[in-house]
Design a protein around this ligand. Structure first.
Ligand SMILES: *Cc1c(COP(=O)(O)O)cnc(C)c1O
Length: 373
């Protein structure tokens, strides 16, 4: 018998007809890429949805981050965290900048604001912090530190699309934020991403960098090709119409997980619900596995779940500066919490195709594995 696999992520797709309707006019215009009408509609719709002035879309979130750091003229050292997707660290290094790794909090996986100031030197130009799993960073404390030391702040908000902090869109904090619209994220445009920024002054350069640096009959900057095509933009337009139902669906699944898993000793449920301060997007379902109490290590639980067709993931493991491309360049002595979290984290399946029955099955499986360990 073929066993059904429960996927960690599954891309949200609109109804087939909705997408077909959205792309139909491309067969008249043949405008399928390079800042076409869909591209421009998407930028406008995103601006409206987020309630912000400057949104520029890109072929993916990574390009948005890389080009934003370029257009904002960051120099020297950038304070960041290693408990993230490799993209964050790559974007810094690819700009010829030096990542300085700050440790994270054990309760929210985000930059520990009390450890930032000790890392600031004369060469520090910015903080690039990550809203890990959609947990908002301590944006007010970061803002204060940045103002005091004249640093720029960029948030890697790849996990945080649609979130509000203190009633404001999460992208309103810091100087700029990037979002990822990759298929695996809460909101997708197949592949895609955007930059949201306050300084209108960087717009011209940022948009040219996205298109090889080409300006008016001249090439003004050493840019790359990071333009979003019209098929991706059309998917983004369709999926934005469904963002509220996507978040609501994920919220209900998360509530079910939390109710079931909170009672299991040795499992620390790290997913959080909405609060007065934060409207969440329920992007991931992180738990921490305490081997001594649970009876199985994270690796053992992961393997047993995967063997049973439940696609869990030990993400983020290892921390970025332990991958071979950075291992001998940037040490990890300063970030014990990041290392510890990376060794205990497990992401459970969470996507809009998942059912409450499947969540119950996953939770039953975790309980059974504990009892048989
Ligand atoms: C997904 C992700 C990115 C990169 O986004 P892409 O759209 O895949 O380029 C960057 N940072 C974090 C934290 C991510 O999870």
């Amino acid at each position: 018998m073929e066993r059904k696999i429960i996927f960690l992520t599954k891309a949200f797709l609109p109804e087939f007809e909705e997408y077909i309707n959205e792309i139909k006019d491309m067969w008249d215009t043949h405008w399928i890429t390079t800042m076409g009408p869909k591209h421009n509609v998407l930028e406008n719709e995103l601006q409206k949805y987020m309630g912000v002035d400057n949104v520029s879309v890109f072929v993916n979130g990574h390009s948005a981050l890389k080009l934003l750091a370029n257009a904002m003229k960051l120099t020297g050292e950038v304070i960041t965290t290693p408990y993230t997707f490799i993209s964050t660290t790559h974007a810094i290094v690819q700009n010829g900048l030096t990542p300085v790794f700050c440790d994270v909090n054990k309760d929210d996986f985000n930059i520990d604001v009390d450890k930032i100031e000790a890392l600031i030197t004369d060469n520090t130009s910015a903080i690039i912090a990550v809203h890990v799993y959609g947990n908002p960073c301590d944006v007010e404390a970061i803002d204060k530190i940045a103002k005091k030391h004249n640093l720029k702040v960029i948030y890697d908000a790849a996990h945080a699309f649609g979130e509000k902090v203190n009633g404001k869109d999460i992208s309103e904090y810091g100087d700029a934020s990037i979002f990822s619209f990759h298929a695996s994220k809460v909101y997708n445009s197949i592949e895609g991403g955007c930059a949201v920024y306050k300084d209108e002054g960087i717009k011209d350069e940022l948009l040219k960098l996205r298109n090889f640096g080409i300006g008016n009959r001249d090439v003004e900057y050493v840019g790359i090709n990071a333009k979003m095509n019209e098929f991706a933009a059309a998917m983004g337009i369709c999926n934005l119409r469904h963002i509220d139902e996507i978040i609501q669906c994920r919220k209900e699944l998360t509530e079910c997980y939390i109710n079931r898993l909170d009672k299991i000793e040795g499992i620390q449920v790290m997913a959080k619900l909405d609060s007065e301060l934060v409207r969440r997007n329920y992007s991931y379902m992180p738990i921490l596995v305490n081997e001594d109490v649970f009876g199985l290590s994270r690796e053992e639980l992961l393997k047993k779940m995967n063997d049973l067709g439940i696609q869990a993931l030990s993400n983020f493991y290892p921390i970025t500066n332990r991958f071979s491309c950075y291992k001998n360049i940037y040490g990890d002595a300063e970030t014990p919490n990041a290392i510890w979290l990376s060794e205990h984290i497990l992401l459970l399946p969470l996507n809009t195709e998942l059912t409450i029955d499947e969540v119950n099955y996953i939770c039953d499986t975790v309980i059974n594995l504990k009892e048989n360990s």
